[in-house]
Design a protein around this ligand. Structure first.
Ligand code: MZP
Length: 499
């Protein structure tokens, strides 16, 4: 038995000190780009992202829609592995079918669908327009578009077929399959279009080019794309069926894999990584989760492309209460990062570290990055957005989205938990709700602005500089209790009115 000195601390127990802010240290000069996979310590990572945020390997979080939306903003998603191999590979393929700017149509109806049905579809997806195709799929013969304002259910019967109110293909501007993105965008603006359908010679829909995507590109500038401008996407694997899952995911085009496990310090992870290294030496596979330097070194030596840190801190997690396993996330990161840097000095290989679980605010993101995390995996934060795959639920007028842990009874993700059973013997997670926060693309600019503002105060224009120069200090409970505003908004309004 060994007792570790000190107590373990969470990210929330730290505050940053400002460093001198230089003249060029302004938000527009801050580079948040981060390495995702191992690289020579004096070189560059072969896979980098402009935004150091990735979505959790969870059914309630990472769908193809989330993966596309996050890649558009410069981050990356990991499709979850608690599903049949073929379905996970299909999800990866769906993401890889998107060339940046050219979108596979996923809101489609047949001409015989009713206005009631299309209204429901548009409302559920939070979109204004659906595509009408011969068979109601994104590859069917393109017949037209139906917009929210093409009908009004108070005036048009809900059982009227879409064909009665749609704008037929013949009246619409469309493009041929060889059009370049630049020409497609010119057409969008010249013709004042929101949607440009790209149609094959045989009349089938090939893709959509959206004004919204153009604006997003301008807003976020650096999408996560491969050499052929297809979005980058990661995929989770497990240590049980990797011999079947890995080949299918590689064939589907996954750019990055990651073992999905609540406890990554195991020979099963090593075995999985060695299998991949032998069969697919060009494939990058991250591993985890670990909470100390020993776990990091074990996985780094086994060939992990990156190492994920965090046990028990996830917002849906009950592992600490059920098994007594875990560690405060800040202390876990400090220990692992010390080992990452020692490993880089000794071997010449830098293995990026991902902070995973329990990060709910930008303050925690900034502290994690300052402590040395290369990138951050988020579950709860992304689960609340429109792009997450889970259902919206309204309770007492407040809107939520469902969010459940992979260790919950609902997920039954036995491969993630070493309980030795086909089904979980006991749950290690809960099934709950998180507040609905709207579009990922509306939330991320604020998140980015806050992280950049912290880095400006700390005088760092790159994450590497932030790691090297950040000054952090644990805070007392009394200090922590003063972290938020002490005056309620209503009091301020009343005070202003009285003055
Ligand atoms: P959070 O961002 O919601 O706080 O945490 C998400 C992380 O919690 C995931 O990336 C994963 O590592 C972990 N997780 C997922 N399911 C469970 C569970 O059911 C869990 N216990 O801990």
């Amino acid at each position: 038995m060994r007792i570790v000195d000190g107590v373990s601390r969470s990210l929330n127990e730290f505050l940053l000190h400002p460093n001198l802010t230089g003249e060029n240290c302004t938000p527009e000069n801050i580079d948040l780009s981060a390495p995702l996979v191992r690289h020579r310590a004096d070189g560059q990572s072969p896979v980098r992202v402009a935004l150091p945020l990735v979505s959790a390997i969870m059914e309630a979080v990472s769908s193809p829609e989330m993966a596309i939306a996050l890649a558009q903003a410069g981050g990356l998603s990991f499709i979850h592995q608690n599903q049949p191999v073929a379905r996970e590979a299909d999800d990866v393929r769906t993401v890889k079918q998107h060339k940046a700017g050219f979108r596979h149509s996923d809101l489609n109806v047949k001409p015989s669908a009713t206005l009631g049905e299309v209204s429901e579809l548009l409302r559920g997806a939070g979109q204004d327009v659906a595509v009408v195709t011969s068979d109601g799929t994104g590859d069917g013969v393109f017949l037209g578009l139906i917009r929210k304002d093409d009908f009004f259910l108070g005036r048009h019967p809900a059982d009227l077929p879409v064909s009665e109110r749609m704008r037929p293909a013949a009246d619409l501007v469309t493009a041929g399959p060889s059009i370049s993105l630049q020409d497609a965008n010119t057409l969008l603006w010249d013709q004042r279009l929101d949607v440009l359908p790209v149609v094959r010679e045989d009349g089938r829909l090939a893709a959509l080019v959206l004004r919204r995507d153009y604006l997003l590109h301008k807003r976020f500038a650096s999408e996560s794309v491969d050499g052929e401008k297809r979005f980058l996407v990661g995929a989770g694997i497990n240590t049980r069926d990797y011999e079947d899952r890995v080949p299918a995911l590689v064939a589907a085009g996954a750019d990055l894999l990651c073992t999905d496990s609540s406890d990554g310090y195991s020979v099963w992870q090593e075995r999985t990584l060695k299998f991949i290294a032998a069969r697919y030496p060009e494939v990058h596979c991250g591993a985890g989760n670990v909470i100390d330097g020993r776990g990091f070194r074990f996985l780094a030596a086994a060939g992990a492309a990156f190492v994920k840190v965090g046990i028990g801190g996830g917002s849906i997690c009950t592992t600490r209460a059920q098994k007594g396993i875990g560690r405060g996330q800040a202390t876990a990161l400090i220990d692992v990062i010390r080992e990452r840097d020692a490993y880089a000095r000794e071997t010449g290989w830098y293995v990026p570290v991902c902070c995973d679980g329990g990060v709910a605010t930008e303050k925690e993101m900034s502290v994690a990055l300052a402590l040395g995390a290369d990138f951050i995996m988020l579950g709860r934060v992304f689960a609340g957005t429109r792009e997450s795959p889970s259902r919206k639920v309204t309770i007492d007028g407040k809107v939520f989205k469902e969010y459940w842990g992979e260790g919950s009874r609902r997920a039954q993700n036995a491969a993630r938990y070493g309980q030795g059973e086909e089904d979980l013997a006991f749950p290690e997670g809960v099934d709950g709700l998180v507040p609905y926060t709207g579009s990922l693309h509306d939330n991320l600019p604020v998140t980015i602005a806050k992280i950049k503002a912290t880095m400006v105060s700390c005088g760092a224009t790159t994450l590497r500089a932030f790691h090297e120069t950040a000054v952090l200090e644990p805070v007392s409970d009394a200090t922590a209790s003063q972290n938020g505003a002490q005056v309620m908004m209503r009091d301020r309004v009343a005070a202003a009115a009285a003055s």
